[in-house]
Design a protein around this ligand. Structure first.
Ligand SMILES: [Zn+2]
Ligand SMILES: [Zn+2]
Length: 143
């Protein structure tokens, strides 16, 4: 999907909930399109040069709003803060390297299979799932 159509989709969604697509919201979503798994501080660092008016607390507030509206996903990689990515990204899971902090994405077929097995065995009804593998990436474990 092109950037413009995503922005206008976003604009419609916000408007339908009584919000405007402010420049701040547009800028934050645009940045998340380019780089996934950013923390609020990383977003702020990337944006403050061009958008000095955008304070860290605004970034947090905007991310909370976008999360409430289902536009961004919050991810917890056990670092004590969240990372964010757009919900328009295909669902996937993460493996995070504890040495370099690199995040590898993998698709969810294996996870779906696992969830199905658990459901069959226990009758549990899965609504969503999220898995993060913790360890070291290929480069770090080779050195
Ligand atoms: Zn690594
Ligand atoms: Zn991801």
């Amino acid at each position: 999907m092109s950037y413009t159509s995503r922005v206008s989709e976003l604009e419609q969604l916000l408007r339908s909930r009584g919000y405007r697509l402010t420049n701040q919201r547009r800028v934050i979503v645009g940045e998340l399109e380019g780089a996934r798994h950013l923390s609020a501080e990383e977003l702020h660092d990337r944006l403050k040069g061009e958008h000095p008016e955008l304070g860290l607390s605004t970034v947090y507030r905007t991310l909370d709003l976008l999360h409430d509206l289902g536009i961004v996903r919050k991810e917890d990689f056990g670092e004590g803060y969240f990372r964010y990515e757009l919900t328009t990204e295909r669902i996937h899971h993460h493996a995070r390297c504890r040495e370099c902090g690199g995040v590898i994405e993998f698709n969810e077929e294996l996870m779906e299979y696992l969830a199905l097995q658990v459901e069959r065995e226990t009758g549990f009804v899965t609504e969503w799932h999220e898995i993060t593998l913790h360890g070291r990436c290929a480069a770090c474990s080779a050195s």
